[in-house]
Design a binder for this molecule. Structure first.
Ligand SMILES: Cc1ncc(COP(=O)(O)O)c(C=O)c1O
Length: 499
């Protein structure tokens, strides 16, 4: 877009009113308002202002006082008038106004010390670990964005952007766009062994929102939820914000220890699990544990939230199907996302809801954002139903498998037996277990300073971390860059005091 085009988009009507009872002439009132707006920064340098004709119409005055005010604003250097390009605020505010500008803060600043927020908000914090601030190797959760068929996706978006039916521009169904729900139910049945009809699918703005909605529908403030320990920090944040009491339950090679969960939190109302590929340790939940968990839910009248976030990418011989597909008592709420299989900025995921809970989920959704943008949902439905999604998945599975093998080989040759690699059967990340005395946050911090992004395992614990390690994503790292990045990482880890 040209800078001229961008300026034109900023010609907003001015929120001013003329005081006809005032002795201050109208042209002066207009001049004063715009002068103050420029000096205080309310109007930005180069920002367009309305035409004199348009402003006169809006203020319901004749054009003469508006012309007089604008002429003076131009003469004094606040505005510039460009032939054919309208009038705009001067590029730089003349130096004589600088002191006044400093005196007039654009934004209202809070006074005093810490101020009151809800207890719920006070318990939350932004994860601003330096490992999340750049996209270097081995940033977890980021797919191979440079391999995404953006031109095809763009053509699907343009299809609706250019000529969406009027009905698509109004309020849509709070369960989501019907064509996308159809496309997803077909995919889930065929690929994930999920048993559901399209009417049970709710389109959400990513898993994160799915967790928020499920927490609020299924549980009340203070209710307990069994959590895998270590587990997914995104789920910790969602449940904390919903006021739930999280009961950490250890995971072992078979996934969540259900018997231990029963012991630690009798009466818990739900369990959150990642049974296909435990986050962050990467094991699959064994069949026995799956059945134990389903039995627990039935006996306790509790719910299971199954987060199936990346198991489309499986590299072992056997596919691991969903827990939902084993459930005969409709106790599982299944959650999926397009963040890994498409791209995270899409912000589209889905819940599969037991039939008798649909109206409660809908009501909760209508109290929130109602539904994600319809045109994006429709474009995604076409992307899936026209075969682009399946093709992209197939390609990415091959690509990630190569990256994964290279990463495992590279770590094995660089670290030898000094670290243990876990969770390589699925997904886009693996975890390196470090010696217990190693401070994984320190490793991640130093890796970040060296341009590497690794997530410290200790950020995944609700209680005191018992295992030290780092999560390495391989989705977005070129195969050719893996060896040198692992070499750099090895130097950092080896220099760690506990190593
Ligand atoms: C366990 C787990 N669930 C869900 C997600 C995806 O979240 P969202 O759909 O909100 O992008 C991730 C991404 O890293 C994850 O690790």
């Amino acid at each position: 877009m040209t800078s001229r085009g961008r300026r034109a988009s900023g010609r907003f009507p001015a929120p001013m009113a003329i005081d006809h009872s005032s002795r201050v002439p109208i042209h002066r009132q207009i001049f004063d308002w715009y002068q103050a707006a420029v000096v205080t920064g309310q109007l930005r340098p180069s920002q367009g202002v309305p035409s004199t004709r348009g402003l006169a119409r809006e203020l319901q005055v004749s054009r003469a006082p508006v012309l007089a005010a604008f002429e003076q604003l131009v003469a004094e250097g606040y505005f510039v008038a460009l032939i054919g390009a309208g009038t705009r605020v001067a590029d730089s505010i003349p130096a004589q106004f600088a002191p006044a500008r400093q005196g007039h803060e654009t934004f209202v600043r809070p006074l005093g010390g810490a101020r009151f927020v809800s207890r719920r908000a006070a318990r939350l914090s932004v994860d601003d670990g330096p490992w999340l601030t750049h996209a270097g190797a081995f940033r977890a959760s980021i797919p191979a964005l440079d391999h995404f068929p953006i031109a095809i996706w763009g053509s699907m978006l343009a299809r609706y952007g250019r000529s969406a039916a009027h009905s698509m521009l109004g309020y849509g169904n709070s369960m989501g766009h019907p064509s996308l729900r159809e496309a997803i139910s077909g995919y889930l049945g065929a690929a994930r062994g999920v048993r559901c009809g399209a009417d049970q699918i709710m389109i959400v703005s990513g898993s994160q929102q799915g967790l928020q909605i499920a927490a609020r529908v299924l549980l009340d403030h203070g209710d307990a939820v069994l959590m895998e320990e270590p587990g997914y920090p995104g789920a910790h944040a969602a449940f904390r914000s919903a006021g739930l009491r999280m009961a950490p339950v250890p995971v072992d090679a078979d996934g969540m220890d259900v018997a231990e969960g029963r012991r630690r939190a009798p009466g818990a109302g739900a369990a959150y699990v990642t049974p296909s590929h435990q986050y962050p340790l990467g094991m699959g939940m064994s069949a026995t544990r799956r059945l134990q968990l389903l039995q627990w839910a039935t006996e306790e009248d509790a719910w299971i939230i199954e987060d199936d976030y990346d198991s489309e990418f499986r590299y072992g011989a056997r596919p691991v199907l969903s827990l939902q597909g084993l459930d005969t008592a409709a106790r599982v709420i299944y959650l999926g996302t397009f963040s890994k299989v498409m791209f995270p900025a899409l912000r589209i995921g889905y819940l599969v809801i037991p039939e008798d809970l649909i109206s409660s989920f809908r009501a909760m959704r209508e109290a929130m954002d109602i539904f994600p943008p319809t045109l994006t949902q429709a474009a995604l439905a076409d992307f899936v139903s026209e075969g682009h999604f399946a093709r992209h998945l197939r390609r990415m599975r091959i690509l990630y498998d190569r990256r994964r093998k290279r990463l495992v080989a590279s770590v094995t040759s660089q670290f030898g037996n000094d670290v243990r690699i876990v969770g390589i059967e699925a997904g886009m990340h693996l975890t390196l277990l470090l010696p217990d005395a190693c401070d994984d946050v320190d490793v991640a911090r130093r890796a970040s300073a060296a341009g590497l992004s690794v997530i410290p395992l200790s950020t995944c614990w609700l209680e005191e971390p018992e295992v030290s390690g780092i999560v390495l994503g391989f989705g977005s790292v070129d195969e050719g860059a893996i060896d040198s990045a692992v070499e750099r990482l090895a130097r950092i880890v080896e220099a760690s005091p506990g190593f």
